[in-house]
Write a protein of this length. Structure first.
Length: 347
């Protein structure tokens, strides 16, 4: 298993950051000057805000984020108009705007992401009680959103195939490091928990899905261009094996928690007792599985290493046929099945 370091795709290069900054400047400046020419106001800040708040590294997500922002701004405008139409500016009207804005923020939210535009827009209009300002803010927001959605993806668009490939390489390297540490601890007899937590923790297992999404997005938007050979199959393998390896590592963590509880109660084996031979025998199986997976995710030949891993699995099953060990082996066995299915598609 290679220990080559791979640059994390979540840390963009200097060139990517420069392109992202230039895209943001252009998409903020164009609607600003359009609104000045249109005469909506002398300082059309709402026209520039969509570029700041909507543009991300994934510019293809701009339409969804733009729709969420537009819906929030429209709701905030209507809310503030209704409140100010019925209540004069006072502590009571401010409280009404604040409460209703908070309610709207969470009603228009998506899982884990409230829509703050409802409250921000309502408070801004409440604080700027000038005739025509609500409609001007809505018009400037529309101009800014239109520029971001139409112009943003055309300015130095990212290559989703490259993003998916780099993400897969980074995931492969991190999984290799994780399994290598697990095998080392198992060979020493424990403790069972993974040795060095990765920076992203449990989110490691979600990264293949993000790579798969980038690949699918490229397939939809770049039909004339062919993806790198084998990338589609390797992404499928990464997504499937992430589930099986998460099961395996979670079982190790549960055993570590049980061992800690036994130590606290005084029912665990004494310190210095002989390591569990069944656990030590899993270490070669983990290493062989990791090598086979690493080669498969690289696009290299891995059939011989997979056969070796399966042989170690059968040998461990015969030597330690207890139900508890079967649960521990299940995640690795399912990983072998994913590798086998991937191998069959290559032939």
């Amino acid at each position: 298993m290679s220990g080559t370091a791979v640059v994390d795709p979540h840390l963009p290069s200097a060139g990517a950051r420069l392109r992202s900054g230039a895209r943001l400047v252009i998409c903020a400046a164009v609607p600003w000057y359009l609104c000045l020419w249109w005469g909506t106001s002398t300082a059309p800040v709402p026209a520039a805000l969509p570029a700041v708040l909507i543009l991300r590294e994934d510019v293809y997500a701009a339409p969804r984020l733009a729709w969420e922002r537009l819906l929030g701004v429209l709701t905030g405008v209507l809310l503030s108009i209704l409140v100010l139409d019925r209540l004069p500016p006072s502590s009571l009207s401010f409280l009404a705007v604040l409460v209703c804005g908070c309610v709207g923020t969470y009603l228009l939210s998506r899982p884990g992401s409230p829509n703050p535009q409802v409250l921000v827009t309502a408070l801004m209009i409440y604080a700027t009680a000038l005739p025509g300002y609500p409609l001007a803010r809505l018009a400037e927001t529309l101009v800014g959103i239109a520029v971001v959605v139409l112009l943003g993806p055309l300015l130095w668009p990212p290559d989703p195939y490259r993003s998916a490939s780099r993400g897969l390489d980074a995931y492969r390297a991190d999984v290799g490091r994780l399994l290598d540490g697990v095998a080392g601890r198992l060979a020493r007899g424990g403790p069972l928990a993974a040795p060095d937590p990765l920076p992203e923790g449990a989110r490691l297992w979600l990264r293949p899905q993000a790579c798969r999404a980038a690949f699918d997005r490229a397939a939809r938007r770049r039909r004339p261009r062919r993806p790198p050979d084998g990338l589609d199959g390797r992404l499928r393998l990464a997504t499937r094996s992430a589930l099986t390896l998460q099961y395996f590592t979670q079982e190790l963590q549960e055993r570590a928690r049980g061992l800690s509880a036994d130590l606290a109660e005084g029912t665990a084996p004494a310190v210095g007792a002989a390591p569990d031979p069944a656990l030590r025998a899993v270490a070669p199986l983990v290493r062989s599985t990791a090598r086979a997976l690493d080669a498969a995710l690289r696009g290299e030949e891995f059939a011989a290493e997979l056969d070796r891993a399966r042989g170690l699995d059968l040998a461990h099953r015969a030597a330690h046929p207890t139900r508890h060990d079967a649960v521990l082996r299940a995640g690795l066995h399912l990983t072998h099945e994913a590798l086998s299915a991937h191998l069959a598609t290559r032939r």
